[in-house]
Ligand binder design. Structure first.
Ligand code: SF4
Length: 365
């Protein structure tokens, strides 16, 4: 029997410019490579139809910047598969370049949520992050999403930036709330190997401050919860019923298929990552049987359990205690420290515990 796929991720690896902190697989827009990408995706989709029982209910188009494609290429992307039959279809976008013709096209194709890479509002923050937009661009992009009738809006934000004290971060959160999103993702800035950000740290231009980040993390929880958002995961906040079901499925350990260069899949105990180079991806997808993989591993029960703990601890659902069988002493210690609580057969982290989620996971795995 073919493995059933209900969760689909599609990676669109193009950006109009490259941000200094980003380590996602991406490249600058270039016409011929976008054509390669679309041909490769078409071939990979055809392969996936043979290989799996595809009935994607939750689709996420990430990147890169999916909406960096021109309207005509975006239209081609929309037509590769019947994506619009999904219950939930999220597309990531950047405020700059999100013109009305693109939001209309996305809505007509059936997109249900735009996830907008706002990151910050203050000019100094945006400049440090290497972003090209400003407040006015953000407001225009949000207006286009609303006018097109796309039902849901997420705003991505980043904290822990230079000269960003509690007052500055609070005003960023308030500006975001004033745009009336249904969902906010707030991530701490994270130095990733090989990025320009690491060079800045090595040259002493900036360094992360974990204590300050913890302060801003707790402030985020307080402010967004007071505005009606629930912290359903450490970095993700939603109004009631507006959670991202695709994310929730992945966090709860469901299989997912990733299409596109650099995309990761986990299906039936196997995990692989497609080759990142767009041209090689397209060439290998077209020559078949599937795009070349640069990582390929068996994901056995032990690895799946470790992942369940790592991801489940980050959510407000917590972990079923049977997942933590034999960890009685450790759970009692975590409760005594005030980092966790037990409720209805589940183990959940407290806000203080969420600050140490990775360390708690390491204790329990
Ligand atoms: S726009 Fe997004 S994906 Fe592209 S470089 Fe910036 S952070 Fe990375």
């Amino acid at each position: 029997m073919k493995p059933k796929i209900e969760n689909l991720y599609v990676h669109i690896p193009f950006c109009t410019h490259l941000c200094p902190y980003c380590d996602f697989p991406k490249e600058r827009l270039a016409g011929n490579r976008m054509r390669d990408f679309l041909r490769g995706l078409q071939a990979e989709w055809a392969w996936a139809q043979e290989e799996f029982a595809l009935s994607p209910r939750r689709i996420f188009f990430g990147g890169g910047t999916p909406t960096a494609l021109s309207p005509s290429l975006l239209q081609e992307l929309m037509e590769i598969a019947p994506w619009g039959q999904a219950e939930e279809w999220t597309v990531e976008a950047n405020p700059d370049g999100l013109i009305a013709s693109k939001t209309s096209l996305l809505r007509e194709a059936g997109v249900t949520r735009i996830s907008l890479g706002v990151q910050a509002f203050r000019p100094a923050d945006l400049a440090w992050l290497g972003r090209r937009h400003d407040r006015a661009t953000i407001a225009t992009a949000v207006a286009h999403v609303r006018q097109a009738g796309i039902p849901l809006l997420n705003l991505d934000l980043i904290y822990g930036l230079p000269d960003q004290g509690p007052a500055e971060w609070q005003s960023t959160l308030e500006e975001a709330c004033a745009l009336q999103p249904d969902h906010i993702s707030a991530y701490v800035i994270t130095p990733e190997a090989g990025t320009e950000l690491i060079r800045r740290i090595e040259q002493g231009e900036w360094h992360p401050d974990p204590d300050h980040e913890s302060l801003l993390f707790l402030l985020t929880q307080r402010i967004l919860e007071s505005r009606g958002f629930s912290a359903y995961e450490i970095s993700n906040f939603a109004l009631p019923g507006k959670e991202c079901r695709h994310h929730q499925a992945i966090w709860s350990g469901e299989d997912y298929l990733g299409l596109g260069p650099g995309a990761v899949s986990t299906v039936a105990g196997r995990r692989w990552r497609n080759i990142r180079d767009t041209t090689l991806y397209a060439r290998s997808a077209e020559s078949g049987p599937h795009p070349a993989h640069e990582e390929n591993e068996i994901c056995g029960p032990r690895e799946r359990r470790a992942e369940r703990i790592l991801l489940g601890l980050r959510t407000s659902e917590g972990l079923a205690e049977e997942t933590l069988h034999g960890q009685e002493a450790c759970l009692s210690e975590l409760v005594a420290k005030g980092w966790g609580r037990r409720f209805g057969g589940k183990f959940l982290l407290t806000p203080r515990g969420r600050l140490r989620a990775d360390a708690v996971a390491a204790m329990l795995i």
